[in-house]
Ligand binder design. Structure first.
Ligand code: SAM
Length: 218
């Protein structure tokens, strides 16, 4: 099926609140564990998190790497409200800087030492803008870990995935998950985007029935 793009920024108050209070512990810790396993050498410096949402991933990452800092970028004011709250509760305001704005407009004083992003790419109308930002905001050779949803072949498969993984979640979350799946990219599309950007050191993998993950160095 063709991609049906969902709204770019999650700036609804209720939408952000439901997302920030949902339990993504397993998925988010899994993402962090992959980063730790792939890049044991990244102990210091600044990690850029594009579309950081409520900042659960930065907080989990910094618990395991006490000398790292994170810059989190998100265009949603309501989402960043919950991110600030979580960072304050974690006592990490001196290690996590949150920037409210679109990543397309993001400028850093220093290039990032690593770039991460989970579940942002399917929001972006033009995905080449995302890969361009990864390349230009990171220092040359920086490690990268990007994960997002895979678009199923037919809408019925998306419905089945929502049923399988989110049946007990609030209706707003089920709605967003379904539309995110329809808005996601296929493995072939992501590979084509990487090729178009000459990102030959970034490789795509499909770890399960609903995600792709790109890792490597820019
Ligand atoms: C599905 S959430 C993922 C949040 C977080 N990465 C996580 O894994 O929990 C996607 C986030 O990307 C943000 N976003 C969408 N388009 C954006 C853009 N162009 N620039 C910055 N943030 C954006 C949304 O506002 C939302 O908070």
């Amino acid at each position: 099926m063709e991609r049906i793009c969902e709204p770019e920024v999650m700036d609804g108050e209720e939408q952000a609140k439901v997302y920030a209070h949902a339990d993504f512990a397993e998925e988010n810790q899994g993402f962090v564990n992959q980063f730790l396993a792939y890049y044991p050498e990244v102990e210091e410096g600044t990690v850029l998190d594009l579309g950081c949402g409520p900042a659960d991933i930065p907080i989990r990452l910094l618990r395991s790497r006490p000398a790292l800092h994170v810059v989190g970028v998100d265009a949603s004011g309501p989402m960043l409200h919950w991110a600030h709250e979580a960072v304050r509760q974690a006592g990490m305001h001196d290690r996590i800087r949150l920037l409210c704005g679109r990543f397309q407009d993001c400028r850093l004083e220093q290039p990032a030492d690593a770039v991460i992003s989970n579940s942002l790419v399917h929001h972006v109308p033009n995905p080449l803008q995302f890969w361009y930002a990864v390349k230009t905001l990171a220092r040359p050779g920086a490690p990268v870990l990007i994960m997002d949803l895979l678009r199923p072949d037919i809408p019925e498969e998306a419905r089945e995935l929502v049923e399988r993984y989110a049946a007990n979640e609030p209706e707003q979350l089920q709605h967003d998950f379904y539309h995110s799946l329809l808005s996601a990219f296929t493995e072939d599309e992501v590979a084509a985007h990487l090729a178009e950007m000459n990102a030959s050191r970034l490789l795509i993998d499909v770890p399960d029935d609903r995600h792709w993950i790109v890792s490597g160095h820019v």
